[in-house]
Ligand binder design. Structure first.
Ligand code: ADP
Ligand code: MG
Length: 855
């Protein structure tokens, strides 16, 4: 507690007593009873005293201790967010994920019996807030944007930054900014000119010191409220060997748990959507209710209703995966409740074997079907919520999840955890801009979190699909904060729009790499969002001020390049199309399955081709389904006459526009999505984002775009050309040139049939890049010049989301990037640009040869 003599404490004491500081709540009786069991409730008194007396507090406690669902209500009961109280401003709760912001808003609204909009959420594509909102769940990105227009956050009395241990880019920047805002509000409160703002940082019990002992962030360490865990012991089982095929291994492990161990839910951690669907499908085929019933009928028909040996029955379902010898051994060896795996002791866990209730009960469990639920963030919301519903009484709950289930969602009644040990992480190479989604080992901290999920309701088991040696030698203690592995131009622009000019001096919980900062600033200068550094002053390069254009760009909830296209896209009535394109690109690829490779997923999960093949190979019928999807996809682009040219044309970006257009043309129905295999959730998000961007444009720039209407007539030829030029302007530093054109000496004279295997050179990338197979251009003749949105490395570096570009535009639209040298004679036979001149151009600081056709 602050010493009674701090100016803040003195100002607090001077306040007269205020009856509005207590607001009774009417929780539903069931909630009132069950919340008493949550560990945080015992800390309520201490928590409220600490928060009232301090401007910054840190709350940490195990996942499931009640932080997210209970703390907002406690503050509300203490008058926060109530008109007339000492702290009338709203309560904000930030979440790193949209899913969590929406589902917790719903939950808290129900628990506190405060219907929307009293408790509301605001996320990028959706908001339920109104003037009477008291508790507002937001993503960290949304609150950052609010800070740009209201730096003191005058409408709020407290901001809870939840899940701070995840160290997302948004959370880190938010904590840095709020550390300053809180100071400003404190000063005004002490001077008697305003109300204070409290900041509460909530985190799982990981790396708390990043926030509590960071003197750059908080010169006086904030008080820590530690919520003691009521965690039941979890026995951790390492594997003896680390199986490379962890997907198959996960299936095997779940089956063993199911057939050998007593009732209780199983939670499986994998890395992404594709794997999850695959595992669910495999389990469903053998253990789903339908299959169990079929088998029961079959065995009754055979006059055999007595239980049979596990191996025999399994053998009947999928003979090739059953090794009778191995199973026989294990059944014999397995009288003590564990699965015959290597059990390693680990200080954090109880490694004792469990008591009698852990004895295997094969035959009981064996007749029970599995109730299998996937959980990942691209899953539609109603399907996600199924994990909170009670599973059927006669089935075993199996949840197959990404790390969404690691800390932010707590699934009840989990007794067994199967941990693949892997996580899919988005990596980003600062110098080349190449992104990749790599499956790599999770951190030790994550492994502990995952194991902990098994001990929520009683003693549990965690089966790790890796050995203790791998764990010791290859697992980092903690995951790297996102700020060290993501492009940061978006947050730099946001900070500049809050007039934080010297981003280098900003109190980041972990400062970003200098080079990443410099790159971000130079891109923003190039986009016209920042004033160029004054020549000769190196340090200045990191403190460029925002321009009027930059301020306009910062208004939009999209990446700076996209924002640039929006503010530059006024000509020829193009803006509605630019908005649709930007919305489409920001939401990510709407196509299911084979085109899903580049999806933007809150989990950072991006899928690769191999899994798709595996999925397709699971049975021939799937292969046929895949063919059918392809055929229908093609028919779709051929049949939507108005958009056909776009969809089959020269740009993946236009194909996205074509989908948006065709979808809305048919009234935006779910049946359209089913028929054409696009994700309804993505299409809905695109419409919402279009509406939101249109509203921002109209609010800030007037009637330059008509009010939002979902339906969009196809663009004219003139508009299409203007759109391509706009794209070129936004991505002029993202040009790839066919290698034989860039380096005529490398030309082999080979004739091209498609883009397969054809090398391109991309600016700033020191290796050959290739057209991604998902591109509309892939099967056609390889164009000489392409604009790309991103470089993604899977088996090799691929350029994705491509548009054919006219090189003549590069010289005019990208002049700031080109320094032209003397014209050179075109080597004979090279290039197809009408025998024009070849100019060597320096782009982005690197020498590349680029054709520029003289105008
Ligand atoms: P923490 O934030 O400390 O991890 P939470 O407040 O999220 O804890 O969870 C507290 C309890 O509320 C848990 O038992 C969890 O299962 C339950 N819970 C959270 N969200 C929901 C929901 N949407 N529906 C039902 N129960 C929920
Ligand atoms: Mg929580």
């Amino acid at each position: 507690l602050p010493p009674p003599s701090t100016p803040f404490a003195l100002a607090l004491r001077a306040l007269p007593p205020n009856p509005h500081n207590l607001v009774p709540l009417q929780r539903p009786p069931a909630v009132a009873a069950s919340r008493l069991l949550l560990p945080i409730v015992a800390e309520e008194q201490q928590l409220l005293e600490t928060v009232l007396l301090n401007t910054v507090s840190v709350v940490c406690g195990e996942t499931g201790s009640g932080k997210t669902t209970q703390v907002p209500g406690m503050l509300y009961e203490a008058g926060f967010g109530s008109p007339g109280s000492d702290n009338p401003g709203m309560i904000a709760v930030t979440q790193p994920r949209r899913v969590a912001a929406m589902s917790t808003a719903q939950r808290v609204s129900y628990e506190l019996a405060l219907p929307p909009p009293l408790v509301a959420h605001a996320v990028r594509y959706d908001q339920t807030t109104a003037p009477e909102t008291r508790i507002k769940f937001v993503t960290d990105g949304v609150l950052l944007r609010e800070l740009a227009s209201d730096f003191l956050l005058e409408r709020y009395s407290v901001v809870i930054v939840d899940e701070a241990h995840e160290r997302t880019l948004g959370t880190d920047v938010l904590v840095g900014v709020l550390s300053r805002v809180v100071k400003l509000r404190e000063r005004r409160f002490v001077e008697g000119t305003g109300k204070p703002l409290r900041l509460i940082i909530m985190s799982a019990t990981l790396r708390i010191s990043d926030f509590t002992s960071n003197t750059v962030l908080f010169p006086t360490p904030p008080p820590l409220i530690h919520v003691p865990a009521r965690q039941h012991p979890v026995t951790v089982h390492f594997s003896r060997r680390t199986a490379p095929d962890y997907v198959a291994e996960a299936v095997r492990k779940v089956e063993r748990i199911h057939t050998r161990l007593p009732g209780g839910g199983v939670l499986v951690f994998l890395t992404g959507q594709r794997e999850i669907e695959l595992v669910c499908k495999r389990l469903e085929r053998r253990w789903g209710r339908k299959e169990m019933e079929r088998r029961r009928r079959a065995s009754l028909a055979a006059g055999d209703d007595a239980p049979v040996a596990v191996s025999a029955r399994l053998g009947d379902v999928e003979a090739e995966e059953v090794d009778l010898g191995e199973r026989g051994d294990e059944i014999a060896a397995d009288e003590d409740g564990d699965l015959g795996e290597d059990v390693n002791s680990d200080d954090e866990y109880n490694v004792e074997d469990e008591e009698g209730d852990e004895k295997p009960s094969e035959t009981d469990a064996f007749d029970v079907p599995m109730h299998i639920l996937p959980l990942y963030s691209l899953l539609p919301g109603d399907k996600q919520m199924r994990v909170f519903q009670d599973p059927p009484a006669d089935a075993r709950l199996i949840v197959v999840a990404t790390n969404v289930a690691e800390t932010s969602l707590t699934i009840p009644a989990i007794r067994y955890v199967v941990d693949s040990g892997r996580a899919k992480e988005r990596k980003y190479d600062i110098s080349s801009g190449i992104q990749s989604y790599q499956v790599s080992w999770e951190s030790k901290a994550s492994a502990a979190q995952r194991a902990g999920r098994a001990g929520r309701t009683g003693p549990g088991h965690c089966y790790r699909l890796y050995s203790s040696a791998v764990f010791e030698n290859h697992f980092e203690p903690f995951a790297q904060p996102e700020i060290l592995r993501m492009p940061i131009e978006g947050v730099v622009l946001q900070m500049k729009s809050m007039n934080i000019d010297a981003v280098v001096n900003f109190p980041f919980p972990t400062p970003p790499d200098r080079m990443a900062l410099r790159k971000a600033e130079s891109l923003l200068v190039h986009l016209g969002a920042l004033e160029p550094p004054s020549p000769g002053n190196k340090d200045n390069a990191l403190s460029g001020r925002i321009t009027e254009l930059g301020k306009a760009m910062a208004l939009f909830p999209v990446a700076p390049r996209f924002a640039k296209m929006l503010v530059a896209g006024k000509q020829h009535g193009c803006l509605p199309y630019v908005i649709a394109i930007v919305a489409g690109l920001s939401v990510g690829d709407p196509f299911l399955r084979e085109d899903v490779i580049g999806q933007k997923d809150d989990d950072g999960a991006r899928e690769d081709e191999d899994m798709d093949d595996e999925l397709a190979n699971i049975k021939n019928e799937d292969l046929r389904a895949k063919e059918e999807r392809k055929r229908r996809r093609k028919a779709f682009f051929d049949s939507q006459a108005a958009y056909a040219a776009l969809g089959n044309g020269t740009s993946d970006i236009f194909r996205i526009l074509a989908v948006v257009g065709a979808y809305e043309y048919e009234g935006g129905t779910a049946s359209f999505c089913a028929k054409h295999f696009v994700r309804p959730k993505a299409m809905e998000e695109m419409r919402k984002l279009r509406a939101q961007i249109t509203a921002i444009v109209r609010a800030n720039f007037g009637d330059i775009v008509p009010p939002f209407a979902p339906r969009l007539d196809p663009p004219s030829e003139v508009q299409l050309k203007a759109l391509r030029q706009l794209l070129t302007a936004g991505f002029v530093d993202h040009v790839a040139v066919r290698k034989d054109v860039a380096y005529p000496a490398s030309a082999t004279g080979a004739k091209y049939a498609s883009c397969r295997g054809v090398a391109y050179r991309a600016l700033g990338v020191d290796e050959d890049v290739f057209v991604h197979p998902s591109s509309v251009l892939f099967h056609g003749l390889p164009p000489e010049y392409l604009l790309f949105l991103e470089v993604v490395r899977t088996s090799k570096p691929y350029i994705k989301t491509l548009t054919v570009v006219n090189p003549a535009w590069l010289a005019t639209l990208g002049r700031s990037l080109c320094t032209f040298s003397k014209p050179m004679q075109l080597p004979p036979g090279a290039g197809a640009l009408g025998g024009g001149k070849l100019k060597a151009a320096r782009l982005g600081g690197e020498t590349r040869q680029v054709h520029v056709v003289p105008r």
